[in-house]
Design a protein around this ligand. Structure first.
Ligand SMILES: [Zn+2]
Ligand SMILES: [Zn+2]
Length: 164
């Protein structure tokens, strides 16, 4: 959804929608967002609320795991000043201000950035996930292997030291 910064700077407006996107291993469905734009002295303020669900591979067993979340964030939008257009130190997230180039606001991109920020860093299919066997790679949630019978010789040495 493309919006005009100049038009939104004149009077408050609200938008909502549903869409999905992929980010790395994450498949994300934004099940609903609401964006309320309010004109300010500095330009434009937007209050974004969002709900989402996602699937991503479990960090332990690599099987797809599902999750969901919701969040809310306020972003100050300003038009990118002409004279600093090429200066790299003026990042998008400096001081919580997002600079808009030209007049075009890509609302779904704004929401996408907020959802990505809200996604979990680590993804586990369940607290009781047993993961993969480090030796044979079998998914220990589905079946057992006999690897745990083999004793790592380094541990045997440690046990011997303890006995003394
Ligand atoms: Zn798992
Ligand atoms: Zn194994």
């Amino acid at each position: 959804m493309k919006l005009s910064f100049k038009e939104l700077s004149l009077e408050p407006a609200s938008f909502n929608g549903v869409y999905s996107f992929e980010d790395g291993d994450f498949k994300v469905g934004v099940t609903g967002y609401q964006a309320d734009f309010v004109p300010t002295d500095a330009g434009l303020y937007v209050d974004i609320r969002f709900d989402y669900e996602f699937t991503a591979p479990c960090d332990r067993c690599l099987e797809p795991a599902k999750g969901f979340g919701s969040g809310r964030s306020g972003i100050q939008l300003s038009l990118q000043p002409e004279e600093v257009k090429d200066e790299t130190e003026l990042g998008d997230d400096d001081m919580g201000i997002v600079y808009i180039e030209g007049d075009e606001i890509n609302l779904e991109e704004l929401v996408r950035q907020e959802v990505i920020y809200d996604l979990p860093v680590r993804m586990v299919c369940g607290d009781d996930c047993k993961g993969l066997c480090p030796q044979c790679g079998i998914n220990l949630n589905i079946s057992k292997c006999k690897c745990d019978i083999i004793t790592d010789p380094r541990w045997t040495v440690l046990k011997d030291i303890k006995k003394d």
